[in-house]
Design a protein. Structure first.
Length: 238
């Protein structure tokens, strides 16, 4: 499938102009920063859990929510199908619409990480995990937006993402001693990110970094493919 960077860039610019006028959604940009400032004084033994909570919550509230709103807004204005009537391909549209969310998420989460004062054991593993997670949650936001007819519906459609990727894994890990079945939740991307964040300087091997990254990568690939397939199907169904 061909990709035109020129068309993708045009969609990026269009979304940027529309997003900058949407003050309610734009306020989400400061959410991770507020959390980082408010929780940076957490006890040292809770640093990993606290920063992991900031990241996993921010992934839902920033890339997922923003992407869902951008997709739903196109549907609400009946312009999403119009985009497909142009020479732009499916990948042009999805890359163009995801690029804005990706860039915003990278910048905001970098600022939040600096303000919180987190120092990763491997900067490259940390950056890779963050970038993969942003792509994963953006894909989840795309899916949520495709099943929403309005921006208001998109706001509520993110709740299942928050439950599945953050609430259930965190809650399940607290109950794993009493209910071993919850141990399967350890393979969710949010818990794998916690494992990576919890890797220490003195007692880690390369496998400690690669395993979480590979699991997050698998989730990212699956959700990205699912978002592309569902995007094409929803356009045919409507």
């Amino acid at each position: 499938m061909s990709i035109s960077l020129k068309r993708a860039r045009a969609i990026f610019v269009k979304d940027y102009k529309e997003f900058s006028r949407n003050y309610a959604v734009s306020l989400l940009l400061i959410f991770p920063i507020i959390m980082a400032l408010g929780l940076r004084g957490a006890p040292r033994d809770l640093t990993t859990a606290t920063f992991g909570l900031i990241l996993n919550t921010s992934f839902v509230m920033l890339p997922s929510f923003a992407q869902a709103c951008l997709i739903a807004e196109e549907k609400e204005r009946n312009t999403l199908r119009s985009l497909m009537m142009t020479p732009a391909t499916t990948m042009d549209v999805l890359i163009g619409k995801s690029s804005l969310v990706f860039v915003m998420s990278v910048v905001i989460l970098a600022v939040a990480t600096y303000l919180f004062g987190y120092e990763p054991v491997s900067i490259w593993a940390f950056v890779a995990a963050i970038l993969l997670s942003i792509i994963l949650y953006t894909a989840a936001g795309t899916i949520s937006g495709l099943f929403s007819k309005t921006v208001l519906e998109a706001s509520f459609s993110i709740i299942p993402v928050l439950i599945v990727f953050t609430a259930v894994p965190y809650g399940g890990m607290l109950l794993v001693n009493d209910f071993p079945i919850f141990k399967a939740l350890e393979y969710t991307p949010s818990i794998q990110l916690l494992h990576l964040l919890g890797t220490r300087n003195t007692d880690f091997i390369t496998g400690d970094l690669l395993k979480p990254l590979l699991i997050i990568l698998v989730w990212t690939v699956v959700f990205t493919i699912a978002s592309v397939v569902l995007y094409q199907r929803r356009l045919k169904d409507e």
